[in-house]
Design a protein around this ligand. Structure first.
Ligand code: NAD
Length: 480
């Protein structure tokens, strides 16, 4: 049994209650470890430790903060194989995906913000000849960072890296469903010499640990990534306390494929954007709209490819689709496949449970499902499924597809496929989402603003947006 411990005041410690939760391996459906079932008292200890560490860390030179964070990034790279294996075991994703995306991105996050702080500058505004305004930016204090299970170390570091780089101290909570790489990360922080209390990681359930972090009067800002319903609760708690909040929430993203696109590229990327990480990426395109003249050609080619995707254990190098993250999520995704059928959807391929043999017979495997013939406003096309399920819908005009694309309560990202440059700009700007990728998907530049509109969230992460979120600005106006 692998026992995970909290990381508080620089030490790896048991929860005060001595209670643990089971950690389940999605590939097998079996318990393989224990997670601290922490509570308010553990959060209190973590906040106190972060509060105590704040004066020294916020006064540590940016070069030194950067040096320590770069050391952590190097340690992530040195432990790539071990971390990728741990991520796959905890989450069910193919090891090769964790090794090529999740873990390299975690070290990139650390490096990006560790070096960004070496290049930032503050603003000054001269008000005619009468005054000079100087804008100071200071760290805020103790920050609460709460992350989800789908890209565990990747999204965990995406928050704590900018928070720490700016000079804040952090109390963080990874998802209780995938806590392992955050635990391994805490060991790397110790090895890198991160001063005690600068980062504290409290493991446990959202309504206990997460809620206690958000409610604590000393956490001055909350950075959250997760579901829209949880985001609502967090906003309801944090807003009356006047905390800064950044909420990265769910999505129901459209892929819009015009007849003038590069067909092969659109096809290949749409397959990837539908089913990568078992469809469990907030940016996955789960509604594919195809212009009528190429609808049938695209549909047939897409279904041919989707039905050949190899579903298998995360540890098999040839697996393209691994296990879904948990039994309850597996059940939720399957219930949406039933719903899609009830709503009149025609199942073109997949949707069946895949029964593997031996150790993996209890794992959560599903053949990617492709539906057509569903109205754009039915529940299947409006609610976030967050699994390997997509719908195909034909369209005739830009106006019609724009209306369908913008019809959900979400607005995280979209992917548009066209070789018409005017359309690429004009049409994309009318999509109500925080991110639009044209002729690509999930092509990231960490300097760009990342986040959603409508029920997909509040605020932007990435680049200066993240550094500004984790800083307090003060303007000093000197009358000349
Ligand atoms: P979730 O909301 O259930 O959990 C996210 C985190 O919040 C977990 O650590 C959980 O323990 C914690 N939590 C739960 N209840 C809480 C509470 N009352 N107070 C404080 N914290 C609490 O989400 P999930 O199921 O882990 O993740 C899937 C969701 O995340 C999907 O909706 C997906 O779209 C979204 N997501 C969004 C982005 C983005 O960048 N917009 C990225 C990844 C995932």
């Amino acid at each position: 049994m692998e026992r995970i411990l909290n990381y508080i005041a620089g030490e790896l410690i048991e929860p005060q209650s001595g209670e643990y939760l089971e950690n389940i391996e999605p590939a097998t459906g079996k318990v393989y470890g224990e997670i601290p079932d922490s509570a308010q008292k553990d959060v209190e200890a973590a906040v106190q430790s972060a509060d105590k560490a704040f004066p020294a860390w916020s006064n540590t030179s940016r070069e030194e903060r950067s040096r320590i964070m770069l050391k952590i990034a190097d340690l992530i790279d040195e432990n790539l194989d071990m971390l990728a294996m741990a991520e796959a075991k905890d989450n069910g994703k193919p090891v090769k995906l964790a090794k090529s995306v999740d873990i390299p991105r975690a070290s990139a996050n650390m490096r990006f913000f560790a070096t960004a702080i070496l290049h930032e500058s503050t603003e000054a505004h001269q008000t005619d000849g009468d005054a000079i305004n100087m804008t100071l930016r200071s760290p805020i204090g103790v920050i609460g960072c709460i992350s989800p299970w789908n890209l565990p170390l990747y999204l965990f570091t995406w928050k704590i890296a900018p928070a720490l780089a700016v000079g804040n101290t952090v109390v963080a909570k990874p998802s209780e469903i995938t806590p392992m790489t955050a635990f391994l990360f805490s060991k790397l922080c110790i090895e890198a010499g991160l001063p005690k209390g600068v980062l504290n990681i409290v493991h446990g359930l959202g309504p206990k640990v997460g809620q206690a972090i958000v409610e604590h009067k000393e956490t001055k800002a909350i950075s959250f990534t997760g579901g829209t319903q949880t985001g609502k609760r967090i906003a309801a708690t944090a807003a009356p306390m006047f905390k800064k909040i950044s909420l990265e929430l769910g999505g129901k993203n459209p892929n819009i494929i015009f007849a003038d696109c590069d067909f092969e590229k659109a096809l290949k990327t749409s397959l990837h954007s539908s089913f990568a990480n078992q469809g469990q990426i907030c940016l996955c395109g789960s509604r594919i709209f195809i212009e009528r003249p190429i609808y049938e050609k695209f549909r047939d080619a897409f279904v041919a490819k989707a039905s050949k995707l190899k579903v298998g254990s995360p540890y098999e190098p040839e697996s393209q689709v691994g296990a879904l993250v948990s039994e309850s999520h597996f059940g939720k995704v399957r219930s949406y496949i039933d719903l899609a059928k009830k709503e009149g959807g025609k199942l073109l391929c997949g949707g069946d449970v895949v029964e593997l043999e031996g150790d993996y017979s209890g794992g959560y495997y599903l053949q990617p499902a492709v539906f057509e013939n569903l109205p754009f406003n039915c529940r299947t096309n409006q609610e976030e499924i967050f699994g390997p399920v997509v719908t195909l819908t034909p369209f005739d005009t830009e106006e019609e597809v724009l209306n369908m694309a913008n019809s959900t309560p979400y607005g995280l990202s979209a992917s548009v496929w066209t070789n018409n440059l005017n359309r690429a700009y004009g049409f994309s700007s009318k999509i109500k989402s925080g991110i639009v990728w044209v002729n690509c998907w999930l092509f990231r530049d960490l300097r760009t603003p990342f986040g959603g509109v409508k029920n997909s969230g509040v605020g932007r992460e990435g680049g200066w947006d993240a550094l500004n979120f984790f800083a307090e600005k003060q303007n000093i106006c000197i009358r000349l």
